[in-house]
Design a protein around this ligand. Structure first.
Ligand code: GAP
Length: 450
């Protein structure tokens, strides 16, 4: 983690520069929900694109899909979520604050749901008041489908995208005519009525997941598990995360979810300590067997090599977009002293930067407007870019540094004579003059350089 980044600085930067806003802020907000502003949505899309490119586009054994958020409620009975996706909750009788009992005890990570609380902590950590007995609280948001609000119309907002993949396994297999191993990837919203959302966008009630269910032949599952742990860990490093801030940890048996035989977590050193970014679980054949049982459908795979019908095992790399967003920002955040002033800089990987190129006329003088606008028209066809002519050039460079823009292009009075512009690099602050006809190639060369 950058020693200079704190959650407070990050929240302030995110609000000031339009990355993340509190949801419904003008009404006092609502706990656990966040909105992504103009630059935030770009960064979020870039994270999702980088993931999709790595796990779908660049592989021949993974395909994509996009399932509905609301599913037939029997899905959640089959998956075990109706029975086990619950956290133990305690309330303080004095100050009325609510806590996750297991987090107070500190025995399981706050991400592992479905653990009964060992009722060891009886006093409120905030005011010392007496705590209630733990009660199990299901984290799924309930809703009703159709006009009548009765038991028969109850449905749930999905707490993970994974189940939309399991129930489509046979459809995808038939449609793609693929053989095992086969992965199905999906990006989408998930909802959990977390008892204690917090740490900015780390733990939300509405968030986005990027999940792969990778179906393999039983017996090859452990080897594929290792493959995916390495793949996913290296992905973070390729996108510029500092090695000392990312680690892989194998979970202890008592930390495992109800469906998992073994799980590794990719963890990041957040300001509040090492915390989960992504879980990579061996879900065995649990989900396919349960869905076959509850739906009465055949979800077996015919192995042509052995002539046997098998139920595939599943390796599941599952990451949260919002958590990755926060980690990439913290990792990229830096402050340096430049001529007695503090330069705040987001050293984001070029693929993640919300704006790739900013076009800056040296001043607002009328003569500079047409060439500067022409340069912007050239650039914007290729990359997410921004035109900024407000305040001094120094302040504009700082504004772009602060949101991680890798390249600025400055149009000055010499441009009127020599038809050239200056490219300025974010990290080195080096400047180089290039002729306008060669500008796009020069920018591309810099943006694609690894
Ligand atoms: N399908 C498996 C699954 O959902 P999980 O560990 O509960 O496993 C996977 O969630 C990832 O989703 C986590 O590693 C985390 O990045 C993200 N995630 C889970 N709950 C979250 C929450 N309340 N807010 C933000 N992200 C969350």
């Amino acid at each position: 983690m950058s020693t200079k980044a704190t959650v407070e600085k990050l929240v302030s930067l995110c609000k000031r520069r339009g990355l993340v806003f509190q949801s419904s802020e003008i009404y006092g907000g609502i706990g656990g929900f966040w909105d992504y502003g103009p630059l935030g949505v770009e960064l979020k899309n870039n994270i999702k694109q980088a993931w999709w490119r790595a796990v779908v586009q660049e592989r021949d054994d993974v395909v994509g899909q996009d399932a509905a958020i609301v599913m037939n409620p029997t899905v959640w009975r089959a998956s075990g979520h109706l029975d086990t996706f619950a956290d133990p909750m305690v309330d303080c009788k004095e100050c009325k604050k609510r806590f996750r009992a297991d987090a107070l005890v500190g025995e399981v990570p706050a991400s592992a749901h479905g653990h009964e609380a060992a009722a060891k902590v009886t006093r409120c950590p905030e005011c010392g008041g007496e705590l209630t007995e733990p009660r199990m609280f299901n984290l799924m948001f309930k809703t009703y489908v159709g006009a009548v609000e009765d038991d028969a119309s109850v449905a749930y907002l999905r707490p993970e995208t994974a189940q939309g993949i399991f129930v489509n396994f046979a459809n995808v297999l038939t449609a793609t005519r693929k053989k095992l191993p086969l992965g199905i990837a999906q990006i989408g919203k998930a909802f959990r009525n977390e008892i204690t959302p917090g740490n900015f966008i780390f733990r939300d009630r509405e968030f986005e997941q990027m999940e792969i269910e990778y179906f393999v032949k039983p017996g090859t599952d452990e080897q594929w598990h290792q493959h995916w742990v390495e793949e996913r860990y290296n992905w973070y490093l390729r996108l510029g995360m500092q090695k000392e801030n990312v680690r892989v940890r194998q979970l202890d048996r008592d930390e495992l979810a109800h469906y998992a035989k073994d799980t590794y977590e990719v963890e990041y050193l957040f300001p509040m300590g090492w915390s989960e970014l992504e879980g990579i679980a061996n879900r065995t054949d649990f989900d396919l067997r349960r869905h076959a049982e509850f739906s009465g459908r055949d979800l077996e795979y015919f192995d042509e090599e052995t002539g046997e019908h098998i139920v595939p095992f599943v390796i599941e790399p599952s990451a949260g977009v919002d958590r990755l967003f926060m980690a990439f920002l913290i990792d990229a955040y830096d402050e340096e002293d430049v001529r007695g002033e503090t330069r705040v800089i987001l050293r984001l990987h070029k693929d993640l930067a919300p704006i790739k190129v900013a076009v800056l006329p040296l001043s607002r003088q009328e003569k500079l407007v047409p060439p500067a606008r022409e340069v912007w028209a050239l650039v914007r066809k290729h990359w997410m870019s921004q035109y900024d002519d407000a305040q001094s050039i120094g302040r504009r460079y700082r504004r772009q540094d602060e949101v991680g823009t890798p390249l600025c292009v400055t149009v000055d009075f010499d441009t009127l004579e020599d038809q050239a512009v200056t490219i300025r690099e974010r990290d080195s602050m080096e400047q180089v003059r290039v002729p306008i006809p060669g500008l796009v190639a020069a920018l591309r060369e810099r943006l694609e350089r690894s």
